[in-house]
Write a protein that binds this ligand. Structure first.
Ligand SMILES: Cc1cc2nc3c(=O)[nH]c(=O)nc-3n(C[C@H](O)[C@H](O)[C@H](O)COP(=O)(O)OP(=O)(O)OC[C@H]3O[C@@H](n4cnc5c(N)ncnc54)[C@H](O)[C@@H]3O)c2cc1C
Length: 450
């Protein structure tokens, strides 16, 4: 029995073994189902619990799957045979908010939105805003380098991470980074661990940057006859050298489904774009975005009413749940140079027709990050197989256009094959070397990423 040595595991948190472990701990939100089930679940209640669990796993010959909230979309937190699930969601204290230094120190299990809310008391906010902010953890966000709607102006999660505390494979606790606005001492280990998807160590604390809550926000939304015009309008706005704080695009089918799901009056269009400008220059920037959009359509809405803005953004937020009504939604996550968005969407449409699959595309136009959603209806036998072929072509399209197979969701287990193709053999080997240097016995998340 791998857990015959369980008496060696000294913990303040709970430990469950074998059949006691709820099935939900085997999977994340990607729908990927691993072979078998984890042997041990440790619900860490302290950093010492994390260190003890890591040492125990080594002695028992188990791998370690670190788990935040399990909302990942790449299978990164999925845990099968021979694994110990290390659940760090219970380490959920905000340890410090420093209004003077505009930073916070948090444990990894803090829910993303909870930090944003706590910072608001000081006129500050935590800028990274994945759509899962109400349910995902900061540790998981850092481990996947999560993106969100505000990335176009405020960057991805990594742009807000100043420093980390990490438990390594041998149980050592290290601290990376700093609390200062600047600092270049040594190799940038903070960036190395950010986006490492649970393969290099356990993030047990993070020092993150906070930003002032913008004084003003203006929303500009527009309906276009087709995706080409919508893409051209977003390019026109961005090359007018404004910095929107959000710029989202929905294709015709996603727009129709989202409106239908919300029960709002259908405004039919070939594509929909919603953008925001914020800060002291919001009005001036919104004017430029509006005039950029008006070069391509007359159906433009502009306003600073937060409720009206929420209604427009609700359409974007409803897109995924709307599609999930029709079957299993395979959520893809490619990113292309912004100038090539229209080409990417056209290519995805052609792939859908070629493989008789339903693919809906929406995403973060301002970042060139698109989510083609392949819907696999339960009743359609063979739809999943066709979807897999279509997904393969979508990834191929992304890389051919100078883009990437994942803009924000990560590689996990689902995109392993394509990662090596994107990186090439030499860069892949360098990544494996780094991983071996930090985790020589392959303790953390074997079978994930490279
Ligand atoms: C409805 C919905 C909307 C979403 N929207 C977005 C979005 O807009 N943008 C986006 O980027 N993602 C989005 N996601 C995906 C997901 O929420 C993110 O990937 C998120 O960062 C995962 O956080 P988590 O706490 O759930 O991590 P988990 O799913 O538990 O883990 C994710 C990965 O991180 C590792 N990990 C977790 N915690 C730690 C830690 N403390 N130390 C080291 N490794 C760790 C795990 O091993 C795993 O590999 C969405 C998901 C859903 C369900």
């Amino acid at each position: 029995m791998p857990f015959s040595t369980l008496s060696n595991l000294s913990l303040t948190g709970d430990v469950l073994i074998g059949d006691q472990i709820p099935a939900a701990y085997s999977i994340d939100r990607s729908g990927f189902v691993p072979d078998g089930a984890p042997a041990v679940l440790v619900k860490a209640a302290s950093v010492d619990d994390v260190r003890n669990a890591v040492r125990y796993a080594t002695s028992a010959g188990l791998s370690v799957v670190i788990r935040g909230a399990g909302t990942g979309l790449a299978g990164g937190a999925s845990a099968g045979d021979g694994s110990l699930v290390l659940d760090v969601s219970g380490l959920n204290r905000i340890l410090e908010i420093s209004p003077a230094d505009e930073l916070a120190v948090v444990e990894p299990g803090v829910i993303t939105q909870a930090l944003d809310t706590a910072a608001a008391e000081f006129g500050l906010r935590y800028a990274p805003d994945p759509a899962s902010a109400a349910i995902s953890t900061i540790g998981g966000n850092i481990a996947t380098n999560a993106g969100g709607l505000r990335c176009v102006k405020y960057g991805v999660t990594g742009d807000s991470v100043l420093g980390l505390s990490i438990v390594l494979a041998d149980g050592r606790l290290i601290h990376t980074g700093r609390r200062t606005a600047k600092g270049v001492a040594g190799l940038d280990l903070t960036s190395l661990f950010t986006g490492s998807e649970g393969t290099l160590g356990v993030i047990v604390a993070a020092t993150v940057r906070l930003q002032p809550v913008p004084v003003n926000t203006i929303t500009v939304a527009a309906y276009f006859d087709d995706v080409d015009e919508a893409a051209a309008a977003t390019t026109a706005a961005l090359t007018a050298r404004v910095r929107p704080s959000l710029m989202e695009l929905l294709d015709e089918a996603s727009l129709r489904e989202a409106q239908d799901h919300l029960g709002v009056r259908a405004e039919s269009a070939g594509a929909f774009v919603v953008a925001q400008a914020d800060g002291f220059g919001a009005q001036a920037e919104a004017d430029i975005i509006e005039s950029s959009f008006r070069q391509f359509t007359s159906r433009v809405l502009v306003g600073d009413d937060p409720q009206a803005a929420d209604h427009l953004l609700a359409v974007r937020r409803a897109a995924l749940p709307a599609l999930e009504r029709h079957g299993r939604a395979l959520i893809e996550d490619i990113a292309v140079p912004r100038s090539r968005i229209a080409e990417a969407i056209r290519a995805v449409t052609a792939i859908a027709a070629r493989h008789d699959t339903a693919i809906y595309t929406f995403g973060h136009a301002g970042d060139g990050n698109l989510h083609p959603i392949i819907v696999v209806p339960e009743s359609d036998t063979g739809a999943y197989e066709r979807a897999v072929v279509a997904a393969d072509e979508i990834f191929g399209t992304a890389t051919e256009l100078g883009g990437t197979i994942t803009g924000e969701h990560g590689v996990g287990v689902l995109k392993r094959t394509w990662l090596e193709r994107e990186l090439g053999p030499e860069a892949s080997e360098v990544q494996r070397t780094v991983r071996r240097a930090l985790d020589p016995s392959g303790l953390f998340n074997p079978g994930k990423t490279l």
